[in-house]
Design a protein around this ligand. Structure first.
Ligand code: FAD
Length: 462
């Protein structure tokens, strides 16, 4: 048993970042993790492994589609799936070991095992009970289930199983056209699978700007993915290593069946709080299973905080990290803060899709007068040279003040470009501020400036 200023439960991006920040602020800190490795969903079965597979499959796509046009001739590479999985595992290993190193460097104790909270101020790990002046719950999330769909992680898989399939399926059905489904769907499509995405709603990536949704779906369709929209999956069946997906079209209730070698269930994630003993503690939880917190990330029980996927808000690693740092600062008597209106979202397909702030739809709903500055990557010299002319940058600015309210990018490096706009928004910048900033030529970021110019007297290369 040991005494700590802070014990953090969970070592995902919320938990490990919070632990490091607590230690940096002079607090005696431990982090409990039940998995064999640190880093949580993100490093082990989420962001990092999916990006490794996206990168490898994108390289193949470039070789197959663009190399010859650039004068790079020869046989295109064939896929060694086992080696690709080894590359993915090595990438995970480097990252999880990196967190171990950072824990040692910052003197954060890793308490190995599954934690429960027998009472405020105490954390039980295995047979040992540790004392903690403060506890931060960062226990993350798990895949949500779908009635009638039984996951076996072999044929009918969640994202975790989809990162580990025995072989590349000939036919893959993805249930859910959200970020995870489309990222992994495009991995397998590039690797040769016939991918059909079945989505309940009428548009992909619910909540995103409608113009982006339409463009994105068109681009993925051009790449070979098939979409069945407005379809409610009824059940899945498996036999002899194959699966059947039964769905009903919402528009006419007609029933259909798709056959597949693998089915990816990507219908969202839910907070994970199993085994923590929160009911007995009397900790307040919402109807959606999220731990309720106040503006300082403290729960209804003094000294117990919660951050990341286990609380409300977008289930994103960087949102969890920001909350982790802010909660640490609150505990240390400082003023931790997260600006929830400037949290970027990125889809790491090719092209990438990135967004921050308001959409045209949310602005219309709020009755706010706005203007749109849009610029196509077809007008960007660097994008044309790199076969990356698909997509656009769209900036939404207040009609009167010109203040930037949101931005949406479909295109090359969108996930990096969006941050220029995030910084501008943090500083309350106008579109004109961006437009007056000199941007190096030839870069993709010139498209951001052109979109900002389009909010005013016009883009140059449009
Ligand atoms: P988690 O990362 O889920 O970590 C929680 C940890 O707590 C786990 O390791 C768990 O074992 C541990 N734990 C839980 N209960 C206990 C207990 N009682 N005792 C001890 N340990 C416990 N987000 C992005 O921003 N960008 C992306 O590109 C991205 N890609 C993703 C791809 C996939 C396939 C998936 C599934 C998710 C992706 N996400 C992405 C989401 C991202 O992974 C999560 O938002 C993020 O991991 C949440 O961090 P967290 O710290 O809240 O929890």
């Amino acid at each position: 048993m040991a005494n700590y200023d802070v014990i953090i439960i969970g070592s995902g991006p919320g938990g490990y970042v919070s632990a490091i920040r607590c230690a940096q602020l002079g607090l005696k800190t431990a982090c409990v993790e039940g998995r064999d490795t640190l880093g949580g969903t993100c490093l082990n079965v989420g962001c990092i492994p999916s990006k490794a597979l996206l990168h490898a499959s994108h390289m193949l796509h470039e070789a197959e589609h663009n190399f010859a046009a650039m004068g790079l001739k020869g046989k295109s590479p064939s896929v060694d799936w086992k080696q690709m999985l080894t590359y993915k595992a090595d990438t995970i290993g480097q990252n999880t070991k990196g967190i171990e190193f950072l824990f040692k460097k910052n003197k954060v104790d890793w308490l190995k095992g599954w934690a429960s909270i027998p009472e405020a101020g105490k954390v039980k790990v295995g047979d040992e009970v540790h004392e903690a002046k403060n506890i931060i719950i960062a226990s993350g999330s798990e895949p949500a289930s779908l009635p009638g769909v039984e996951v076996d992680e072999k044929i009918v898989v969640t994202s975790t199983g989809a990162l580990e399939l025995n072989k590349i399926p000939k036919k893959l059905v993805v249930i859910g056209a959200g970020v995870i489904g489309l990222e992994l769907g495009s991995v397998y499509s590039r690797l040769g699978s016939e991918v059909t995405v079945v989505e309940f709603m009428d548009a992909v990536t619910p909540g995103m700007d409608a113009e982006v949704q339409r463009t994105f779906q068109k681009l993925l369709t051009k790449q070979g993915l098939t979409f069945v929209m407005g379809a409610a999956v009824q059940k899945t069946e498996t036999a002899k290593g194959k699966a059947k997906v039964h769905y009903k079209l919402r528009k006419d209730d007609s029933e259909h069946v798709l056959e597949a070698d693998a089915v990816l269930v990507a219908t969202g994630r839910k907070p994970f709080t199993d085994g923590l003993g929160l009911d007995a503690l009397g900790l307040e939880i919402s109807k959606r299973g999220q731990i309720k917190v106040g503006a300082d990330w403290q729960t209804n029980i003094k000294g117990i905080y919660a951050i990341g996927d286990v609380i409300d808000g977008p289930m994103l690693a960087h949102k969890a990290e920001d909350e982790g740092m802010a909660a640490a600062e609150q505990i240390a008597g400082k003023h931790g803060h997260v600006n929830y209106s400037v949290i970027p979202g990125v889809i790491y397909t090719h092209p990438e899709v990135a967004n921050v702030g308001e959409t045209e739809e949310t602005l219309k709903d709020a009755g706010r007068a706005y203007k749109v500055g849009k610029f196509s990557f077809m007008g960007n010299g660097r994008a044309k040279a790199n076969f990356a002319g698909d997509g656009f940058v769209k900036i939404l600015a207040d009609k009167d003040s010109d203040r930037i309210l949101g931005a949406h990018i479909v295109g090359p490096a969108a996930g990096d470009l969006i941050h220029e706009i995030c910084v501008a928004m943090e500083f309350g910048a106008s579109a004109e501020d961006l437009a007056m900033t000199c941007h190096a030529h030839p870069t993709y970021s010139e498209a951001v400036r052109e979109a900002a110019l389009a909010c005013g007297s016009g883009a140059i290369h449009a």
